[in-house]
Design a binder for this molecule. Structure first.
Ligand SMILES: Cc1ncc(COP(=O)(O)O)c(C=O)c1O
Length: 958
């Protein structure tokens, strides 16, 4: 039978190397005869997969999108009034088009290189300012993963604070009011158990704090809609020095008294309804605001204001020594990837609407709720809550409830159904027609009709003591860009300051900045996927479930495991979830004492931080001079802790960029010592189709879908870190309070939504469907080829720190810059690369004074060559300093980067030419990217932390 097939293969769009002559040139440079020979010399024979992946062949982009449309049509897009932290919202079209769907924004990396990231740093500073203003607390971070985990982070932070001077952690009780969202409580429970925290759930009106209570958590407004300032309760707790955490709806704070003003020590929540679609659970940006004195322990990234070398205002990520990269097992949080892209969307929603626009939206929602409540009361229904912002709770008997459910679902409407309660949460998308359809349902039940007059102006129902009286968002940025031309140009101005994959390769070792194909991204905005509530009934989301099942199976096939949880929202959350599964496994076997995690010194900082969060003690194992795990040391440590060994955490290929040949021996030894092997899947891009974690000997691994499986980094998130597990651990996968998922003996939830940031799973699904079995393996081989090509071109001028037994790199390599340290620092090289139009590779991780290059398979030969040429030219610039031909302090490297204002200034005082500064190689003339500031002053920013938009006067000075 003949079949008409597309001639356009996705694999040729995704992989950069497709021409036979390019491949040959690269193989010649590396010194091998074939790609297969290179792979054989790179990946140890004892862990090679036999046969191919059992996955279908790749689909063309057109075919994939057509098939996906069919799956999308299986989701029923109902009007959602479910609430519980997720609401309908209107994404302003210019934000959708110019930010969310714009690779100039979504392919950016986390803004570690501040000089080429001023745009998103400004936007994230706007986010922090908006959150700080609305919550009434001075310090806010640049996003967390979701509201539930943000509340759990607050718990950990205050647990640490309260027990700072207590050797026995005597303050170990937290009270959670029963009006807190169930999914938040679920996560607090999960996180509390391994830390030994006792969670008490009850009614705040009757709670009696004990001498062990360290914090209380309240929801504002409550899940039943009640919107009252819990003044008496908060005062009583504060009097006893108990910390108060408020989980708050940010939009409601435009009308309601801000928690900072009534005594909350931290305010957390979600910014989803600031223009970010529900997406069946995410991604959206959670926020975290607190008092000044906790700035050194607040979880997540904070953007701060500093100065550049010329004293001009410069933004940067502040106080990085707080983060898990540095603090490792002493870290107070494992948050790494967060939700930067979504924080930017929410911030831009604030910028576009401004304080008046936000207040108008909130007023409309509130007034509509009031009138809806009146009409329902007229129809004879009883309201449980007398005060509210946007949510009504109806007291209803079970049989009427079922009738309402039936009639509502017939009309395409979802409410929240409790035991004898129906809740209706009104949102920004609720206009007359939708409200009318809601009333139709209740009219039919009541057998009466009610008027359809919506006189919103007449409504003023917020009690005076709950009303907000303070101003917010007065800064010019929130009061300047309210027209479409204005916001479009503001978005473009910021985008132009930032280097992204739209400019050049971003070769970040360990971070895998590969192509995020447009065909993978497009469906994320389809309403059949984006407007679905995470707790929608299962029979309405058949399309999503088919995709989730197929993706889970594909990830199991790729990892060699049997089951999968898609719940964790980042790699670090995956680590935590996997370790919790291991913990549960030991407990189920009566071995609760097994609590030691062995972690190599080269591991990413999140590994030890996650282990501590899972209640484990960290034992560090050394690496030998070749960068491999020191097997003798590992065996000694495993023997020493044999009785209590819980797990080994290992990254493979290692963070040193090497396929260690002893990996199987290592895993066997850990198993023989009673432990489990956790594999950090950050480097999965070197494994797919060639080997897999199960074959290597691991029991569980997480996959950073935002690395290997094509989800973009979004300037620091979103991400997804699902875990795959073997049979032993499958029963211990996390559950969720609202949806059936996870293993029979699993922990409670690790994320607010049952399938994490479900809408971006589509990206990884598309990646796998379009590449297919063969394309996936080809991608891995080309990733290894590209890395070894760079290695071959740079060797001689630079030394590669570690290689495998046959002298090959894996998919990444560490270049040692320490031999030049008398003349330049690794940072100088990173900054100089900006003048050549490149983002620096990973700096000083895992070895200080080095850079780690990972080109990925998506780069073509021309780009790889430009990158190598830049490196080689920089080496010749280092040589000039070493020979004494140029000044040791005043040279192109020490002064890098050279921003536009410096190079075009009337005065030029550098001892080299402007063209040497800005155009050191010819290719740059055709595609110059200009850093917008000179080198940022890190110390100044940390000494004087400013993490909200500077006041108006500072702009006037400028
Ligand atoms: C080796 C390694 N492990 C873990 C992580 C943490 O992943 P995430 O940032 O998604 O939390 C990273 C992130 O860069 C990493 O490189």
């Amino acid at each position: 039978m003949s079949v008409i097939k597309s001639t356009d293969k996705f694999v040729h769009r995704h992989n950069g190397i497709n021409k036979a002559e390019d491949l040959q040139q690269m193989l010649d440079t590396i010194g091998v005869n074939s790609l297969d020979q290179l792979i054989d010399e790179t990946v140890p024979a004892n862990i090679r997969l036999e046969g191919s992946l059992d996955l279908p062949e790749g689909q063309s982009e057109f075919e994939y999108l057509q098939k996906l449309k069919q799956l999308a049509s299986k989701n029923k897009v109902y009007d959602s009034y479910i609430g519980m932290g997720y609401y309908g919202t209107i994404t302003p079209a210019p934000i959708l088009r110019n930010l969310f769907e714009n690779p100039g924004w979504y392919t950016q990396y986390t803004p570690y290189q501040a000089e080429i990231a001023q745009g998103r740093l400004e936007s994230l500073l706007n986010f922090q300012t908006m959150v700080s203003d609305l919550t009434g607390l001075p310090i806010a971070n640049a996003s967390l993963l979701d509201e539930g985990t943000a509340a759990a982070e607050a718990m950990s932070m205050f647990y640490g604070q309260k027990n700072k001077r207590s050797k026995t952690n005597e303050f170990n009780e937290i009270f959670v009011d029963s009006n807190v969202f169930d999914q938040t409580l679920d996560i607090i429970m999960t996180r509390a158990i391994p830390l030994g925290i006792n969670v008490v759930v009850g009614d705040m009106d009757t709670y009696q704090a004990t001498e062990h209570t360290f914090a209380v958590v309240v929801q504002y407004p409550g899940k039943d809609g009640k919107a009252e300032v819990p003044m008496d309760f908060v005062s009583a707790m504060r009097e006893k020095n108990i910390f108060v955490v408020a989980c708050a709806d940010l939009l409601s704070l435009t009308l309601l008294k801000e928690p900072g003003a009534w005594g909350a020590n931290a305010v957390v929540g979600n910014t989803q309804r600031f223009g970010v679609p529900m997406g069946f659970g995410g991604p959206h940006a959670a926020y975290f605001a607190t008092e000044e004195k906790y700035k050194r322990v607040i979880p997540g990234r904070i953007i701060g204001v500093s100065k550049d070398k010329d004293g001009n205002k410069a933004l940067r990520m502040a106080l990085q020594t707080r983060e898990q990269h540095i603090r490792r097992e002493k870290a107070t949080s494992n948050i790494c990837t967060a939700q930067a892209l979504l924080a930017n969307m929410a911030a831009m929603y604030g910028v576009y609407h401004g304080p008046e626009g936000l207040k108008a939206i909130a007023n409309r929602i509130h007034a509509t709720t009031v009138l809806l409540g009146n009409k329902l009361t007229t129809l004879g229904f009883e309201l449980n809550n007398r005060t509210f912002f946007d949510t009504l709770s109806l007291n209803i008997d079970t049989s009427t409830l079922e009738k309402v459910r039936h009639l509502a679902e017939e009309r395409g409407i979802n409410f929240f159904y409790g035991a004898s309660e129906i809740r209706i949460s009104v949102d920004e998308t609720c206009f007359e027609d939708r409200m009318s359809r809601v009333l139709d349902v209740f009219e039919q039940i009541a057998n009466k009709s009610v008027d359809r007059v919506w006189d919103l102006e007449s409504v003023d129902a917020i009690p005076a003591d709950t009303k907000r009286t303070s101003d917010y968002m007065l800064h010019p940025v929130f009061n300047s860009y309210h027209t479409e031309s204005g916001i479009m140009r503001y978005l473009k101005t910021l985008e132009n300051r930032d280097l992204s994959l739209t400019h050049s390769m971003i070769s970040l070792g360990s971070c895998t900045m590969k192509l995020n194909a447009a065909s993978e991204m497009i469906p994320v905005s389809w309403p059949e996927f984006s407007t679905i509530h995470p707790f929608a009934p299962k029979d309405q989301v058949t399309g999503y479930h088919l995709i989730i099942d197929e993706l889970s199976k594909a990830l199991c096939e790729i990892t060699g495991f049997t089951d999968c949880s898609l719940q964790p929202n980042s790699g670090a959350q995956g680590e935590y979830t996997g370790l919790m599964a291991i913990r549960q496994y030991h407990i189920s076997r009566g071995e609760a004492h097994r609590n030691v995690a062995i972690i190599p010194s080269s591991a990413h900082g999140t590994n030890p931080a996650s282990a501590v969060m899972a209640g484990m003690k960290v034992v560090v194992v050394a690496c030998d001079e070749r960068g491999n795990i020191d097997v003798e040391d590992l065996k000694a440590k495993a023997d020493e802790h044999k009785e209590n060994l819980s797990a080994l955490m290992v990254t493979y290929p290692s963070t040193h960029g090497v396929f260690e040949t002893s990996i199987r021996e290592i895993c066997d030894y850990i198993h023989a010592s009673g432990g489990m092997v956790y594999m950090d899947g950050a480097n999965m891009n070197a494994q797919v189709g060639l080997t897999n974690p199960a074959l290597i000997g691991a029991d569980v691994c997480h996959l950073n879908l935002h690395k290997t499986f094509a989800i973009p980094h979004g300037g620091g998130g979103p991400g997804m870190g699902p875990i795959c597990v073997n049979d032993h651990l499958a029963p211990f996968l996390p559950k969720h309070v609202f949806i059936e998922t996870g293993g029979e003996q699993g922990t409670s939830a690790v994320s607010a939504a049952p399938f994490g940031s479900a809408s971006i799973l589509l990206i990884s699904y598309g990646y796998i469907k379009m590449l297919g079995a063969q394309g996936l393996v080809d991608a891995t081989k080309i990733a290894i080829l590209n890395a070894n090509y760079i290695k071959a071109r740079l060797e001689g001028e630079y030394s590669v720190l570690y290689t495998g037994d046959n002298g090959r790199a894996a998919h990444e390599m560490i270049i040692d810059l320490r031999p030049f340290k008398a003349f330049v620092s690794a940072e100088d090289v990173a900054k100089r690369l900006m003048d050549y139009g490149f983002h620096a590779p990973t700096l000083s991780f895992p070895v200080a004074g080095t850079i780690m290059i990972e080109p990925t398979e998506s780069e073509d030969l021309a780009e790889l060559d430009r990158f190598c040429d830049a490196f080689l030219q920089i080496k010749s610039e280092i040589d000039e300093i070493a020979r004494g031909d140029v000044d040791g302090q005043d040279n192109v490297l020490a002064n890098a980067p050279h921003c536009l204002s410096l190079v075009t200034a009337d005065e030029w005082n550098q001892p080299y030419s402007r063209s040497k500064a800005a155009y050191p190689l010819d290719y740059i003339r055709a595609q110059k990217f200009w850093p917008t500031i000179r080198r940022v002053d890190n110390a100044q920013g940390d000494r004087n932390l400013i993490c909200t938009c500077p006041p108006l006067e500072s702009y006037m000075e400028e």
